[in-house]
Design a binder for this molecule. Structure first.
Ligand code: HEM
Length: 835
């Protein structure tokens, strides 16, 4: 039977809070459950900001669950257990991937701060529960005081052998529920029990963790009282068996794919409990008011409060809040682009006095605005993006740019402060962000002592619809969506000085007539902090390259995909795009799509005379067709450099062996299309002097790509149809995705895999997304599989379970996690984004 049956259920629950009876199992008398943390206020600030980042990345529910898991081991009857991080004693040898992932989260939060893991878990849970409400809601206030010591051996605060999972039976009755909670304290009231269970408004059940599947609500990252309102509709739920690794569990499910555990349903099977369910369903504020102290109490189970240290704030975010003007005037000291008098985008940069830099961003654009810090480019920079959600508030998220894709960055040193109510009246998007004085793992840059650049970007592209209210939603953005970039570069003084000069801005251009669509893009090269332009009057392929030394020589090219975005580098699915021998996939280049008509855009083409001169000295072929940029303005428009590479061995020779063909006068170009072994690169001139490239050094933002042009691309489905046919053909294959070589996965293969594993009814949409959004990375990096489901439109419950299982397998294959079945050894710390 029920492991808790041995415990007597207390019929009445005292309304008055009593101090916990601290009576410990006498296993190891030498274990002192308390210590005095040496952490400073700044240490707690830094930990709190890391927790807030993790919340924004979707890890908040998991952190609450970790804190709860730790605390719930307490047994008031015999004094066993208690929150002393016993679970992690064997962490170096455990093969439990879930424990290891929890541990990875906790150690990432703790950083180098000298506190216990138990305190870290309780703190993270308290911060998460206090900061997971939608903006404008007075959230639960879960207090926290440190002082829990970590168990180091199994006999330190040992967890009773009768403790299994707190209460996890498929037959839960109200009495079982009360019995479980009375294990923690005889004093818990029904009211507290129901309030505590309201945490199940947040998060998901994960097949690999609990064997249950799905979220309780459709907004699992927002702390609300929806859980109780759904319980009022308990008649709309049916039971459903879920199978994972041969274990079958029964849960409840409704038509929207929301789940309930039996233990949740038990809250409706008793008048007293149901009374509180109804109360919280109609009083969200009361729910939060009750949840705060109830959860604070849980976090101190078995602890003597007089032996804990002082309270540490779980809610404040920065020690010195940024000052933001609350009027229609711009904040004093803000820098605006294109000019203060015509602000489209303004950034205020101040130091908060704690070596942190606070940026306040306002944009009149309605789509999104981004701010990045990096080593003179957005590559591997830390980027924070703010966008409008469906109710008009501004949500933010942090990212690292890796090549093109903007990936969520669990270690980002940004801390975000939405400024919904404090925007100047002209601003559509406003938020503040603090860049901490911590070293960034990718760039090695430090918050306000950065020898790099800050980059600003705006776009009026909204997040993919359906995702707008999700913190994760914006990860579907790519830099290709950017309509305007500003780079404020600084190599000598800190960015906080505001004294930096604006080096460049990429702006868009379309050049066209009937049937002609220009590809114009700007390349942002890290070393020079300049934008280079290339353009071509045909929708096909265009390339440009710069280089300085063998190691740095890089080529970049772009093609338009069916929805009009540029793809770059080795897009082998596009037959028209030969694979370049680019040696370094993680190039220093950034490619920005340029989208709207401008004098600047045309200027590129009008520079063709110069370009032709340059190229003819470089590739003196008799036909002259092999010249790189001369082809841009050639009438046929078909002879672009890269398309000629495979077309003739003679021309190949020209391009690939510059020294013998005499076309090596310009090492920058000649190196662009060859492998390192054939390069003799002796850069002589400043790259900016290279007439092949337009170096744009002016500051203005242009309007976005027109809808008409967008539509042209959207309508161009021929390429997509070919690709989709390939996907469909692959779906008949047995052995997709070579396990040993995830890096070589073909996009069509990945699409076929994902579709086979759950998305058959969404095959076309999934294929398109995977191709256009490089979903391969997203599948592997996605913080929450449920977000991926939303992105792909997989809502039906059965589909979702299959799909989630498929994605989990896919991640296993890619080495994101290793299988934990049988004796399989787990060799790597699980990445943080697995949570
Ligand atoms: C009888 C009591 C409870 C039972 C049986 C229970 C059971 C579960 C189960 C099976 C999961 C799914 C875990 C997974 O698959 O990832 C879960 C998740 C969760 N639980 Fe509970 N729970 C109980 C009480 C609580 C309490 C009191 C809290 C906090 C105050 C809590 C907070 C959470 C949260 C936030 C999650 C979501 C975790 C995530 O999304 O990663 N639970 N719970």
């Amino acid at each position: 039977g029920c492991p808790y049956a041995r415990r007597e259920v207390t019929g009445t629950h005292g309304q008055q809070r009593q101090l916990h009876q601290v009576r410990r199992a006498a296993a190891n008398a030498s274990f002192n459950p308390y210590y005095s943390p040496s952490a400073s206020a700044e240490d707690w600030d830094s930990m709190r900001s890391r927790v807030l980042n993790l919340i924004n990345l979707g890890n908040g529910p998991r952190l609450i669950r970790i804190a709860w898991d730790n605390a719930k081991t307490w047994d008031a009857a015999d004094g066993s257990g208690g929150s002393h991080a016993q679970t992690y004693i064997g962490i170096t040898t455990t093969t439990d991937i879930n424990i290891r992932a929890d541990y990875a989260l906790l150690t990432a939060i703790r950083g180098s701060v000298n506190v216990s893991l138990s305190d870290t878990a309780a703190f993270a849970g308290a911060v998460s529960a206090s900061n997971s409400c939608l903006s404008g809601v007075t959230c639960a206030n879960v207090t926290f005081r440190p002082g829990r010591a970590d168990a180091t051996t199994a006999s330190d605060a040992p967890i009773s052998s009768s403790f299994s999972e707190f209460f996890d039976a498929g037959s839960a009755k109200p009495a079982d529920l009360r019995a479980s909670f009375s294990r923690l304290s005889q004093n818990l009231t029904d009211r507290e029990i129901v309030a505590l269970m309201g945490a199940h408004n947040l998060g998901d059940c994960h097949l690999p963790i609990s064997g249950y599947a799905g979220p309780w609500t459709l907004t699992p990252l927002a702390f609300e009282n929806t859980f109780f309102r759904l319980l009022q509709n308990n008649a709309t739920y049916v039971t459903q068996n879920v199978t994972y690794n041969d274990s079958v569990k029964t849960q409840y499910i409704d038509t929207e794919g929301r789940m309930m555990l039996f233990v949740d349903m038990a809250l409706t099977h008793d008048d007293s409990l149901l009374n509180w369910v109804n109360y919280y369903a109609s009083n969200e504020n009361s729910f939060f008011a009750d949840f705060g102290p109830a959860f604070s109490n849980i976090l101190e189970l078995g602890l003597d409060p007089t032996k804990l240290s002082d309270y540490v704030s779980t809610t404040s975010t920065v020690s010195t809040p940024p000052v933001v003007a609350q009027s229609s005037t711009l904040p004093a000291g803000a820098i605006c682009y294109p000019a203060d008098s015509t602000p489209i985008y303004c950034v205020l940069t101040v130091s908060d006095g704690n070596n942190n830099t606070v940026y306040t961003v306002h944009s009149v654009k309605a789509g999104w605005a981004a701010l990045g810090v990096g080593s003179n480019s957005m590559a591997n920079g830390d980027v924070i993006i703010g966008w409008k959600n469906s109710t008009g508030g501004v949500w933010t998220n942090t990212f690292t740019t890796i090549q093109h894709a903007i990936s969520v960055n669990p270690q980002s040193p940004w801390q975000q402060i939405p400024l919904t109510d404090k925007a100047p009246s002209w601003a559509n998007i406003s938020f503040s962000a603090v860049h901490l004085n911590t070293i960034d793992s990718n760039s090695g840059l430090i918050g306000n002592d950065i020898n790099g650049a800050i980059t600003f970007a705006v776009s009026s592209y909204a997040p993919i619809s359906g995702n707008i209210d999700k913190l994760f939603g914006v990860t579907s953005f790519f830099q290709h969506d950017i309509s305007g970039i500003l780079v404020k570069s600084n190599s000598s003084s800190p960015v906080t000085s505001n004294s930096t000069s604006t080096v460049g801005i990429a702006v868009g251009a379309t050049i066209g007539g009937v049937g002609l669509v220009a590809i114009i893009f700007a390349i942002f090269f890290r070393k020079q902090i300049s934008q280079y332009w290339a353009g071509r009057k045909q929708k096909n392929l265009v390339a440009a390259a710069v280089g300085e030394s063998i190691g740095e020589n890089q080529a970049i090219y772009g093609t338009f995909n069916p929805i009009g975005r540029l793809s770059t580098f080795n897009d082998s699915t596009n037959a028209a795009a030969p694979v370049l021998p680019v040696t370094n996939q993680y190039s220093h280049y950034q490619l920005f799509e340029i989208s709207t008509a401008s004098a600047n855009g045309r200027a590129v083409v009008s520079h063709s005379t110069q370009q032709q001169q340059q190229t003819s000295s470089m590739t003196p072929s008799s036909s002259g067709r092999d010249a790189l940029l001369s082809t841009i303005s050639s009438p046929s428009g078909r002879n672009a450099l890269l398309s000629t590479i495979p077309s003739s061995s003679a021309r190949d020779a020209d391009l690939l062996t510059p020294n013998t063909a005499g076309n090596n006068n310009h090492p920058r170009f000649s190196t662009a299309v060859m492998s390192a072994t054939t390069i003799v690169a002796t850069p002589t001139a400043d790259i900016k002097q290279n007439p092949l490239f337009e170096v744009v050094e002016q500051h203005s933002l242009l309007p976005n790509r027109s809808e008409k042009i967008n539509q042209e691309y959207v309508n161009d489905i021929v390429e997509f149809q070919q690709y989709f046919a390939a996907v469909q053909a692959l779906m008949g294959e047995e052995n997709l995705l070579d396990e040993s070589n995830a890096a070589q996965w073909n996009i069509a293969e990945v699409a076929a895999w994902v579709i086979k594993n759950g998305g058959e009814s969404n095959a076309e949409r999934i294929s398109r997304l995977i191709k256009n959004e490089r979903i391969t990375g997203a599948v592997l990096m996605v913080t929450r599989i449920s977000d991926l489901c939303s992105l792909l439109g997989i809502h039906a419950y059965g589909d979702r379970v299959l799909f989630e299982a498929g994605i989990t397998k896919l991640r296993n294959r890619a080495g994101v996690i290793e299988s934990v079945t049988g004796q399989t050894h787990v060799s790597e710390e699980p990445p943080l984004y697995l949570a």
